[in-house]
Design a protein around this ligand. Structure first.
Ligand code: FA5
Length: 348
């Protein structure tokens, strides 16, 4: 046997012996061994360099042997990889045995935020009265938020609802009223009256206190049709307020001003805390304002192409937080937004 044949045999045997020692714990050595033996600069390549010193008859014989050894070793490496992998999985499974006697982890059931619950309850009542529910945009055009609500640029009443501006023409809406104009524009009056509500988030540069937040929720309501009157407005509001708060809750309508309604009213409910005697929640007045309302201004109708001599309507915008506060006796509006579980969990 020539030296090179002997070296080849030794390399084959020693590599097979080394491979036997590799288990899943030292699996990393497998790759190192493969590079050391079969790699470009490995022992087998080194041996090949010796071929040039052999006689011409021996060259093909040894060359063939080198290839055979390479094949045998390549296969042996592959087999070892598979074996090591299988060992690894077996070891993992052995560790991951399941203790079926362990008590289960309790599943925490989710629930809706009290504001969502309130909104859904109000939506249900209005759906029952044949209203449709319409979505609006929180980021709104100045045009819909103000101009179409009869508040042209530089109108002094804009000061009542200062807001956050994105650009001069785009703002965070200050109320849900822009949905009125957008819906009136779309409605086909030949198919009957328009009756809609639109719940959503609104934004104002108000200072946060127990009853005010710079971001809160309103529900807009709008009815436009033939012969819609102020008594329809009063009847609708009384019905919703009595359904939400019980028949014994007092309400009062105060004359007010909104540029988009004429006449306009502010609707108050007797204070949930003091029952009307006056306390810190109602600022000693006995009443809490929950919504603004009125008959849709003829010019607002006209801007949607509706003839105010033929059609009339009423609209209202109620504060969802105020409703929830009244219903559940919550005396600080900030509780809704702070994410304190002790607050939220009371309304599961
Ligand atoms: C409006 O926003 C009118 N768009 C309502 C309206 C609609 C009138 C349709 C006529 C016709 P006002 O600014 O009063 O009106 O707000 C309506 C309600 O939102 C208030 O009654 C109050 O319940 C609530 N609200 C107002 N400001 C805040 C605030 N900073 N934080 C919490 N709730 C508020």
């Amino acid at each position: 046997m020539s030296t090179i044949e002997q070296q080849l045999a030794e390399l084959k045997q020693s590599t097979l012996d080394e491979l036997q020692k590799i288990r899943h714990e030292n699996a990393k050595d497998l790759q190192d061994l493969r590079v050391a033996v079969l790699g470009k600069k490995g022992s087998l390549t080194d041996l090949l360099k010796g071929l040039k010193d052999l006689s011409n008859e021996m060259k093909p014989i040894i060359g063939k042997q080198v290839n055979e050894v390479r094949d045998v070793l390549t296969k042996a490496f592959e087999e070892r990889v598979a074996l090591v992998e299988a060992e690894k999985i077996r070891a993992q499974l052995a560790q991951e045995s399941i203790d079926v006697t362990l008590p289960g982890r309790p599943v925490r059931q989710g629930y809706r935020h009290v504001l969502t619950q309130t909104s859904e309850e109000i939506e249900d009542i209005f759906l029952g009265m044949g209203f449709q529910i319409v979505d609006g945009f929180e980021v709104e055009k100045d045009y819909y938020n103000f101009e179409r609500m009869n508040l042209p640029k530089d109108h002094p009443a804009r000061d009542m609802q200062d807001t956050f501006y994105i650009t001069e023409e785009i703002l965070m809406r200050t109320h849900t009223s822009p949905v009125q104009a957008r819906t009136m524009d779309q409605h086909d009056f030949s198919k009957g009256a328009l009756k809609m509500i639109s719940p959503g988030r609104v934004f104002r540069r108000d200072t946060d206190d127990a009853t005010h937040s710079h971001q809160f929720h309103q529900i807009e309501g709008l009815v436009v049709g033939k012969n819609v009157s102020m008594s329809d407005l009063k009847g609708t509001l009384e019905m919703i307020i009595k359904k939400m708060f019980g028949a014994d809750r007092q309400i009062r309508l105060r004359p007010s001003y909104f540029p988009f309604t004429e006449p306009s009213v502010e609707v108050d409910v007797s204070c949930f805390k003091c029952g009307g005697e006056g306390c810190n929640v109602c600022k000693k007045t006995g009443w809490i304002e929950i919504l603004g309302a009125g008959m849709v201004h003829p010019h607002v109708l006209e801007m949607s192409g509706i003839d105010p001599t033929e059609y009339s309507g009423f609209a209202f915008g109620l504060g969802q937080e105020r409703i929830a506060m009244l219903r559940y006796g919550i005396n600080d509006i900030r509780g809704f937004y702070q994410g304190d579980m002790r607050f939220s969990e009371q309304f599961k």
